[in-house]
Write a protein that binds this ligand. Structure first.
Ligand code: DAH
Length: 344
């Protein structure tokens, strides 16, 4: 009987360690520890054991029972799921239905597009400070001392122009960068112009205008300057036409209207005929000024106007953005209203 109990115990433990599912474990429990299980029948056999052996066999029976029960509990907990956290359904929609993806502001995108188009035509980006002095904003652009453009009411002066010799100001035009680039190119050549120059300068400009649908006290311009030997007005016009077609599409037309700027001679206003939406008629949109660099500007920057010629242009980036995307009011570009920004 004692031998039989040992065999029962070892085969029970071997079978137990082979169980790998809760169902198999339960089947094992019923087979060994259940009401009509093998342990129960072994216990029933105790009555046939000779009286003198009964205590030893009884003790052994109890020990086997305790061992199997303990082994059963251990196996049960090792088969239980390792985490008690509720299962997570990864496919269930979240509480926030959609998360919106941010993107760059429309003006930033237009500026980058313009830089890209001009880069393909060989223009590099140049920069100048927004806090300027009147030498770069006016003097070297051939804007004389009592020119109306210098009025304190038309500029954000930082120093009082009546008291300070070189008053500082927030630049009112990116044409300041033309001056800086030409000065730099003369300096780099040790007093002789290092040419050719082909730059564009996108950036902020400031004017104390009353804000309305087409005016803002701060806006953006993109300036262009090309200087070389023998640059002509037809180079200017073909550059502008190429730009218009690259940016607004192959049907874009341009028109130069005679105008006046102190720093160009001759000077023109540039209009572009563009179709805003497929269903619209194309219409003329004024983009800004342009012209051939005035010889006086060359001289003021230390460049010999007998040897060098150049063209320049300056456009409003907001104008271009509004024209291209059909935006009716410049204020929309600065209010950061998501209802607007999500549309453009
Ligand atoms: N700076 C002028 C403005 O702000 C625009 C302009 C006109 C720039 C003619 C130029 C140019 O470079 O050649 O109104």
């Amino acid at each position: 009987m004692l031998d039989q109990l040992s065999t029962l115990e070892s085969s029970a433990l071997a079978e137990l360690s082979a169980t790998s599912t809760p169902e198999a474990l339960e089947a094992w429990r019923i087979a060994y520890l259940g009401g009509s299980g093998k342990l129960k029948s072994a216990m029933a056999g105790l009555k046939d054991v000779p009286k003198d052996q009964k205590p030893a066999v009884g003790a052994r029976l109890n020990a086997v029972k305790a061992a199997l029960e303990a082994a059963f509990e251990t196996r049960k907990s090792s088969l239980a799921p390792t985490t008690s956290a509720p299962a997570v359904d990864m496919t269930e929609p979240g509480l926030i239905e959609t998360s919106t993806l941010g993107r760059r502001h429309i003006l930033t995108r237009v500026r980058e597009e313009l830089v890209e188009v001009f880069a393909r035509m060989g223009f590099e980006v140049a920069q100048g400070p927004e806090l300027e002095d009147d030498e770069h904003n006016f003097v070297k652009l051939n804007i004389p001392p009592h020119h109306p453009a210098r009025e304190p009411s038309d500029n954000f002066y930082v120093d009082d122009p009546a008291r300070v010799a070189r008053p500082r100001m927030l630049r009112s035009q990116t044409s300041t960068v033309q001056v800086r680039v030409m000065e730099q190119a003369v300096k780099a050549g040790g007093g002789r112009l290092q040419a050719p120059i082909r730059i564009i300068a996108p950036g902020r400009v400031y004017r104390p205008d009353t804000v309305d649908a087409t005016h803002s006290f701060m806006f953006h311009q993109i300036e262009g300057l090309a200087v070389d030997r023998g640059v002509t007005m037809s180079d200017l016009k073909s550059t502008l036409l190429q730009f218009a077609r690259a940016y607004f599409g192959p049907d874009a037309e341009i028109r130069l209207r005679p105008s006046f700027f102190p720093f160009t001679e001759p000077s023109a206003e540039l209009d572009m005929k563009i179709r805003l939406r497929p269903e619209d008629e194309p219409r003329w949109i004024e983009l800004g000024g342009c012209g051939m660099v005035d010889p006086a500007v060359f001289s003021l920057c230390g460049i010999d106007p007998e040897q060098w010629t150049g063209f320049a242009f300056g456009f409003g980036i907001e104008r271009i953005a509004m024209g291209k995307y059909g935006i009716p009011d410049i204020r929309l570009l600065f209010q950061n209203d998501l209802r607007f920004l999500n549309q453009v």
